[in-house]
Design a protein around this ligand. Structure first.
Ligand code: G6P
Ligand code: MG
Length: 226
């Protein structure tokens, strides 16, 4: 693992790290899966975290052995329907929906002159940053529509480091999903997983809750694991 003193930037996932939109993505996909007659399981729900919209739809269809049942146009319609549902679910979000500890952590990072950017697969992330009043912390956002491959491919985290003008080993990536941790590790950055130990076993550092993610705790974890 890198040395804490070499770290210059933090690359954030959004859904499930900064706010619980992960829950709304899950609800909207669950509804679509029900309509398509695909059994919804926890494994399917966990596997979808961090996965792009069209890749998520393909995973759901595959889980129900329906991957060859629909045309591209029908698939685009399903994905649009899911997104409409999702936008309704996030409609009332405000800055009160930021996860605890995140505002203080962002403030601390800014006070210590760390560079920050967002590496979410979501095309909705600019709207969510606005709703949460966090645009000021994230002037730099990786545009997922410009990427060739989604998480777990490292491309989004490689791009994040490039946008910050940092080397991968100078960056820490933060994720709530196994696919995201795989992407950070593949990019050669230090990975922080927020959430379940089993799901995030590949993370360099893991915190159960966002309130545990402080610079002091990160420095301590990097020393212990060094
Ligand atoms: C994030 C979420 C996924 C979601 C993906 C695409 O990575 O964790 O659940 O499918 O973004 O989101 P979008 O808002 O573009 O459909
Ligand atoms: Mg996430």
């Amino acid at each position: 693992m890198a040395n804490f003193k070499d770290i210059k930037g933090f690359i954030f996932d959004l859904d499930g790290v900064i706010t619980l939109t992960s829950k709304y993505h899950g609800q909207a996909w669950h509804q679509l899966a029900d309509e398509l007659g695909v059994t919804w399981t926890k494994a399917l729900a966990d596997g979808l975290k961090g996965i792009s919209r069209m890749d998520s739809l393909e995973m759901i269809l595959k889980a129900g052995n329906k991957e060859n049942d629909y045309t591209e146009e029908e698939k685009i319609r399903f994905a649009a329907k899911k997104n409409d549902n999702y936008l309704t679910l996030i409609g009332k979000m405000t800055d009160e929906d930021i996860l605890p500890g995140i505002p203080a952590f962002l403030k601390d990072l800014a006070a210590h002159n760390y560079k920050i950017c967002l590496a979410s697969a979501s095309k909705n992330s600019p709207i969510i940053l606005e709703k949460l009043d966090l645009v000021k912390y994230f002037p730099i956002v990786v545009d997922p529509s410009k990427l060739k491959k989604g998480k777990p491919d490292p491309e989004i985290y490689v791009r994040g480091a490039e946008l910050l003008h940092l080397k991968p080993e100078e960056c820490i990536g933060i994720e709530d999903a196994a696919a995201g941790i795989q992407a950070i590790n593949g990019a050669g950055e230090t990975s922080i997983g927020i959430g379940d130990a089993t799901e995030l076993s590949a993370a360099d550092i893991r915190f159960a809750r966002t309130t545990d993610m402080t610079l002091v705790n990160i420095e301590a974890a990097m020393k212990i694991n060094a």
